[in-house]
Ligand binder design. Structure first.
Ligand code: HDL
Ligand code: ZN
Length: 420
């Protein structure tokens, strides 16, 4: 009999405690440390003005068109969202419930429905104290940022020289290198790498990547790609991947994070909230993994319909690591479905979640909501294993939770030295 095997009746409590207590390494976010100044979004106004809630508000109250909404001053935008989604109807969407989960975690009186009081509370927190509190409440040890050198505001911060916060790990985001030749040339020129001819784009892009990798010391290279992405492909995009991105990742020993399935700006009137989802071809992922077995690929797909095939592809390629329930998938009903099929097809060799937080405080609710689902699904799987007569110890359950919430990524990205 396995020493210190847990009793089946104790299983749920042990799993929930293990998942709740394991510090998360959040592998994809849009949040920043204090040194990035205004890029560090935090507090009630930013929580309420999340682009997910803007889309829901414009839908719930179409009498205020997006143009009219965006013309409002930020405080009026907040009041309009709060009134529309929280007071005039019940806040049952995932993004609405998330705001309330966060307020509750900070010990605020959610039932009071007092927007001004919540705004005043967060306004009283210094950036340093706020970051400390959120990381503690969310039980997050590190987050990976999205660092886009093509974004003028972000580029300026890096070029001035920025104090590093070891809890915020850099990731070099390069969507702009995967567009049409003219737009790639314009982006590189704006970032100080003027091209002499479109034929020199790949070489120029490589110099750009080397400059920014030296400056940022990223833990991976990242890009989001549209739902029609294919590889190999007779296009600049195809050449950029084969002749620039792959050699760069191989020579620098950096994983490539591919986030595929976006239909950008299907409704531009909604701004950041105007993107939608499209089913992509997993063939491109398989071709990349097969062609470059020495490059590691972190992959998340935006369409629910792509999830099962991504799990099957991951069974074929050890250099393919599925991660997260991305964006429109980050809802309990789909997190449950995806985590179940991943456990059934991949065992514990995947990364179940990332937060994608844009506002510091979102770490609190995104991880609270995801941990609850991950713990429940894990518990059901363990229960089915114990029914065979297998035995488990508490240490083994803690080990498994650690793998899922941080260890698989740390090992795959080879960042043991950076996270201690
Ligand atoms: O491209 C991305 O990294 C996406 O996560 C987008 O930022 C998206 O707008 C988002 O915020 N998803 O949660
Ligand atoms: Zn993102």
């Amino acid at each position: 009999m396995l020493e210190r095997a847990i009793h089946p009746e104790a299983l749920r409590a042990v799993v929930e405690q293990s998942v709740q207590e394991t510090p998360v390494l959040d592998i994809h976010t849009h949040i920043y440390p204090e040194a990035f100044g205004p890029l560090c979004l935090r507090g009630m106004d930013e929580l309420i003005r999340y682009h997910y809630l803007i889309a829901e508000t414009c839908r719930a109250n179409p009498s205020v068109a997006p143009e009219a909404f965006f013309a409002l001053a930020p405080p009026d935008q907040c009041r309009h969202i709060w009134k529309t989604l929280f007071l005039e109807r019940s806040p049952v969407s995932e993004a609405c419930r998330g705001v309330l989960t966060t307020l509750s975690a900070f010990g605020l009186d959610v039932a009071a429905r007092d927007l001004a009081r919540h705004q005043a509370f967060f306004a009283g927190l210094s950036p340093a104290e706020h970051i400390e509190r959120v990381f503690e409440l969310a039980r997050v040890s590190h987050v990976v940022m999205t660092n886009d050198p093509f974004d003028a505001a972000e580029r300026a911060v890096w070029l001035e020289g920025v104090e590093r916060d070891p809890r915020f790990l850099p990731a070099l985001r390069v969507d702009r290198l995967m567009g049409a030749p003219e737009s790639v040339a314009a982006a590189l020129a704006a970032a100080g790498h003027a091209v002499t001819s479109l034929g020199a784009l790949c070489d120029t892009a490589r110099r750009f990547l080397d400059e920014w990798a030296d400056r940022m010391d990223p833990i991976y290279l990242a890009m989001s790609l549209p739902s029609d992405y294919t590889f190999p492909e007779a296009s600049l995009r195809g050449r950029m991947m084969a002749e620039c991105i792959m050699p760069f990742c191989r020579e620098r020993g950096l994983p490539l994070a591919l986030m595929i399935g976006v239909k950008r700006q299907v409704n531009p009137r909604l701004g950041l909230a105007g993107d939608a989802v499209g089913r992509c071809s997993v063939d491109a992922v398989e071709a990349l993994c097969a062609q470059s077995p020495d490059v590691r690929f972190l992959v998340t797909l935006l369409s629910r319909e792509n999830q099962h095939e991504l799990c099957v592809s991951a069974r074929k390629f050890p250099n393919l690591m599925p991660f997260g329930c991305w964006w429109f998938l980050n809802n309990p009903s789909i997190i449950e479905e995806m985590t179940l099929e991943r456990l059934e097809l991949l065992g514990l060799s995947f990364i179940p979640q990332h937060s994608d937080a844009r506002v510091l405080d979102q770490l609190v609710y995104k991880w609270s909501h995801s941990r609850a689902v991950i713990a429940d699904v894990l518990c059901r799987k363990y229960d089915s294993v114990l029914r065979t007569g297998w035995a488990l110890t508490e240490d083994e359950i803690r080990r498994d939770a650690e793998m899922l919430l941080r260890g698989n990524f740390i090992q795959f990205a080879r960042i043991e030295s950076r996270v201690g």
